[in-house]
Unconditional design. Sequence first.
Length: 190
Amino acid sequence: MKNIVIFGAPGSGKGTQSDLMIKKYGFNHISTGDVLRNEIKQGTELGKTAKGYIDNGQLIPDDLMVNILASVYDSFGKDHKGVIFDGFPRTIPQAEALKVMLSERGHKIAAMIELDVPEEELMTRLIRRGQECGRSDDNAETIKKRLDVYHNQTSPLINWYKKEGIHNHIKGYGELDRIFGDVCSVIDNI
């Protein structure tokens, strides 16, 4: 079982690389963004709460996210090939909570794959995605807030995962095939 944290700033290609990993390796995928957007679309209480945080470019409270993730993770059964965690963890306390949640099930994170993309490229990608997909959180003001949150609250996870011995840095821009080849090299070696 190869549980993977796909990591990077908003717009770094986490969803794209996750889709490619799912096709090649048969992993399950938990995108916190997709889970939350679905809850918002359905108008659930969680969705209403989450929307307030998201619309302000803020992170969802840890205990709420860990409970959601545990439920989705457990829905895959005990014998899955692995799960890609996309958009979680975003803080060190979340990483610690994820580690505990998995260890309670006898599982662990096998690798953290960081997709590193320059900020000007991230802005271009996110503005384009907002125009193409109609995502309300992909506008210049909210993107700037999300990138600030990433730099201030999320990027410290890089050092946390380095200390865990499972951090893998990948240049997340350029040729898609080269990026995915680098991702596959990490997965094939764990």
